[in-house]
Every structure is written in structure tokens, then in C-alpha cells.
Ligand binder design. Sequence first.
Ligand SMILES: NC(=O)c1ccc[n+]([C@@H]2O[C@H](COP(=O)([O-])OP(=O)(O)OC[C@H]3O[C@@H](n4cnc5c(N)ncnc54)[C@H](OP(=O)(O)O)[C@@H]3O)[C@@H](O)[C@H]2O)c1
Length: 316
Amino acid sequence: MSEFDWASTTDEVLEGKDLSGRTVFVTGANSGLGQETARALASRGAHVIMAGRDQSKLDESVAAIHADHPRAQLDTITVDLTSLENIRAATSRARQRFQKIDILINNAGVMATPFLHTADGFEMQFGTNHLGHFALTAELMPLIERGHLKRIVNLSSRGHFMGPVNFEDPNYQHRPYDPWTSYGQSKTANVLFTVGLEQHFAVLGIHAYAVHPGGIETNLGRHMSPEMRDGLMQRVTTSDSNFRWKTIPQGAATSCWAATADELEGSGGVYCEDCHVAEVDDESQVSGVRSYALNPSYAERLWALSEQLTGAKFPS
Ligand SMILES: NC(=O)c1ccc[n+]([C@@H]2O[C@H](COP(=O)([O-])OP(=O)(O)OC[C@H]3O[C@@H](n4cnc5c(N)ncnc54)[C@H](OP(=O)(O)O)[C@@H]3O)[C@@H](O)[C@H]2O)c1
């Protein structure tokens, strides 16, 4: 049983940990939960590689972290998850610049976008949140294999309750687009990818964890109109009368916990929330993980589909 809970913060979860000599790669590290995750891990001595698609935003985040922690060991790398070509170029640079990755945190994400497409023609949310991270992780695997901790954390969401992955039409070519079912599909894919990683790589000592961070006010809501925001808040507060926002340090705590907790050593393929491993629950609106998100055969199916769509190949 974890000693931490809903209210725990990054600094509380990491208290007493010495991460010196550890290298952590965080996507979406220039904003919200990613920046706080980078800050907190760097404050415990980790070398943090902060990935983002805009160098000037990354520079601002580095400056903000250095203002609090002047000795933080930070590097930046630009990568745009909406382009397979950009991902391949960025990860090739990463393999030249860095020796290893101990912890990969696939944190970047977009939510409730209009019907847009990535450079490779994938629907924007599935393409960015899942396929981009699938290709990135495949390309970074040689560095993860050389790491000591060998953990991969995938940011999912309770939004995965909105539905499973539609294997027949993941890119909304033959069904009406809906920004919320699309977000839900991409966040279910993040959990299934976690299960797939565990199925393929636990044998090499590499373990993966999906994380629901809670509800936190960040830049994630930038694509919502005021009406969409009102509708979302109504749905959330109707299904969870106790709903409260977390602070950003509370929101990033479960990522930091999944990345470092001793009690998770040697076993992954799970979904974590509020700094513990969640129970499977197909009814609750307020906690737990849906069984379709942990289904091992759906995980294999998504793995094959993602390989086919991206052309990315994990080392066998
Ligand atoms: N906040 C919540 O309540 C909540 C709840 C459940 C799950 N989550 C998950 O938590 C994760 C972090 O979200 P957040 O709340 O911290 O949101 P955020 O402040 O908007 O941060 C998202 C990050 O992802 C980056 N990103 C977006 N598209 C990208 C792309 N194509 N290539 C590279 N980076 C890209 C953003 O970069 P730019 O600044 O350049 O756009 C930003 O750094 C997401 O995966 C989200 O789904 C959040």
C-alpha cells in the first residue's frame, strides 16, 4: 500500500530520494505537469532531458527551474510529436548526445482538438498522444536498455472512461469526429501501450506505468470553447460531487511516484492514480481503470496497428 494519496505533492513523493546519476527524458516538459515533473526530479539530482516542440518555451522553462534550483542538471531537445520525420531526427540526435535513459516520461498531450491531422495524416489526438509517443519510445529504446532504472511512464487520463480504441477506424475516416471520444480513445491507447510495453519488455527488466494525474488547471484546455468547458465541468461535477482541482505539484506527483517508487520495482503494466495502483472498475465514474484499457489482446492489436501506421519497430 502506498504511503501517498490524492493530496501528495511531487516533493513529498520524492523526499529522501537520491537520483544523482539517473537520466530522465520528459516530453512536454515546457508546461504544466511536464515542467513540474522535470523540476521535481532534477531537484533530487537527476539529469533531466526536457523535450518540447519549441526551443524558446523550453529555454523559459529551464530558466524557471534554474531560478529555484541553480544546480539542476537540465538539457533540452526539440521534438514535434505530430511528425514521424521530426521524431526520427530528434531521437537520432538524442542517441548521439546521451548515453542512456533511466526513466522515460511520455507526458506531452493535446486535448479536445478540432478535427485536425498530423503531418502523416493521423487524427491529431491519436497521432500526438499515442502514435507519436509510440514512435518516440521505439527510437529511444536503445538508450532505455542502457539505463539502470528502466521505467517508462505514460500519461493517460480518467478521460479513458470515454471509450476504447476503435481499431477499425482510429483516425475517424469513416465516423463523425467527436473531440471527447477522440481524447478518450487516445488516453485508452496510452494505457494499452503501457500493457504492450510490459508484455514485450518486462523480460528485459523494462517496466511501464500509465498515470492519471487528476484534474489540474494547465494549458491543456486551450482548445476548449467556453461552451465546451462548461459542458465538461458539468459532466465532471455531476459524476463526482466531490470533484476538486489538484495543484500542479499534486498533479505531477503520481508521475514522479510511478517513476521512482520502490514498491513498483519489477512489476508494471498497471494504471496509477493518486499515487497508487488503481483497481479495475467498469462502473465507477470517479476512480479506477476500465478493463478494456488493460486487455492484453487489445494491447497486442494496438501494438501491431501502431507499428503498421508509424513504421516504427522496437528492437526485438
Ligand atoms: N491537466 C489535467 O487535468 C490532465 C488530466 C488528465 C491527464 N492529463 C495529461 O497530462 C499530460 C500533461 O498535460 P498538462 O495538463 O501538463 O497540459 P499542458 O500544460 O498543455 O502541457 C502539454 C505539453 O505537451 C506538449 N505538446 C503538445 N503537443 C505536442 C507535440 N505535437 N509535440 C511535442 N509536444 C507537444 C505541449 O507543448 P506546447 O506548449 O508547445 O503546446 C506541452 O508542453 C497530458 O498527456 C494530458 O493528457 C492532464
